[in-house]
Design a binder for this molecule. Sequence first.
Ligand SMILES: Cc1cc2nc3c(=O)[nH]c(=O)nc-3n(C[C@H](O)[C@H](O)[C@H](O)COP(=O)(O)OP(=O)(O)OC[C@H]3O[C@@H](n4cnc5c(N)ncnc54)[C@H](O)[C@@H]3O)c2cc1C
Length: 439
Amino acid sequence: MSEIPGFPRGKTFNVGIIGAGPAGTFTALNFLRLAREKGVPIRVVLFDRKEFHAVGPRGCNMCAGAIGYLTYEKIRSIGLSLDERVVRRIADGYVFHGMKNEARIYHPQRTGIYTVFRGGGPVMMTSPSYQSFDRFLLDECLKMGAQFVNARVTAIEREDGEFPPRYTVVVEGGQRESFNFLVGAFGVNTTISRKFLPAYQPPRTWHTCQAEIEVPSGYIERVMGNMIHLFSTLDRKIRFLAVTPKDRFLTITAIGEHVKIAYLREELRANPVVRRFLPADYEILCHCHPQTPVGCARNPVTQAAAVVGDAFTARYLKNGIDSAFDTAMTLVNAVFSGGISKAALEKLYVRPSVEKIHRDNRFGKILFQVYERILRKRALSEAYIRGVKKEGEDASREDATLTRVLWGIFAGDQPYSEIMREALNPKTVLNFLKMLVIP
Ligand SMILES: Cc1cc2nc3c(=O)[nH]c(=O)nc-3n(C[C@H](O)[C@H](O)[C@H](O)COP(=O)(O)OP(=O)(O)OC[C@H]3O[C@@H](n4cnc5c(N)ncnc54)[C@H](O)[C@@H]3O)c2cc1C
């Protein structure tokens, strides 16, 4: 029988996970699956304050809910199928809007982009007939044998003295439970991070703004062309604006260091390009101000405890659900191969994750800055978009370098270092310069 290195053989491995968003549920699913395969007795308890079937803020984990094909495939690889109960729409691709011109780009393999609700839907929604993404993942954990405590965690106590130490999780109302291994999957929109581990420091974040509007039936196909739209903005405090179609709603996401709802309302009113894609009498049904990590946590592990997902790190400004999957998978593999000592978790979990996500984000930050400048400057953005159109807006074509780089930065799954290499390729630079001088 294969056991967890350093953990007493035959004893039940008790895992407590704070947060049942994607990082928490992927961690639970992987622990349960691997323990079953290896014959290790395990108990997994998830804690979350949210009710993921509820509409509005009570059920929602505040995200645009776009899932790329690679993430979809990763989810399938652990035996789950995102079907019509969960997927609200399969968008065909992205439209990039300059101030005068636009280019539409499809996935290089012509696969769709899946859009989901993270909770029961916008506040005005009545009795949704579908399942939220987060509820779906939680239900799969319960089917595999996990337990769920639907309550806010208010304190964490550590009992030192013997190895491994035990952690006690205390929830609102006073219920307490002790664990051999504790996982912080609480994201970045919480204060529990201050009480998690003494040395843990959460990643630096940006404060974004998101709004939902309802559109008439057929509007998404007719006006949005069943695509996700990305706009350059008038207000520099909003670095990017995305509109994601979902069911009969549009999710409007404004990304920047500190975006207030007033900035978003004004942008929607004043930006003639965005305005064209909204109904004349649109109304914001609900809005939120979620934070997103733009750095990496300090001291994300200690003896018998680790943070995953956003609370640790995520890909710069995109694919957070994918990063949640990757960090969860790496953590669980690390525990089963190296055990739960701080040294083993550092070596097998922290280092590879930092290498894969945080180091790669340095290239992402540069690429986003350069492309933001290009897309904001009318002459440059028009030249770039002309180049993409000339390439046939088809990122799968060998010579479509401008298209592939644009897709890669905003939507693609490949590492930012690879996109950077392609952006700096003389062929890409030449293609762009040609568009600048030969309109
Ligand atoms: C505006 C915006 C748009 C985004 N769009 C996308 C997108 O389209 N696609 C994509 O892949 N990613 C997107 N992301 C990123 C994505 O939302 C996150 O990366 C992802 O949700 C991280 O998962 P997580 O499980 O680490 O954290 P979360 O999803 O934040 O989950 C944390 C969980 O912990 C719970 N929790 C926190 N504190 C406590 C406590 N004290 N007690 C009990 N429970 C607690 C919370 O209720 C929550 O359920 C977006 C992010 C933002 C800000």
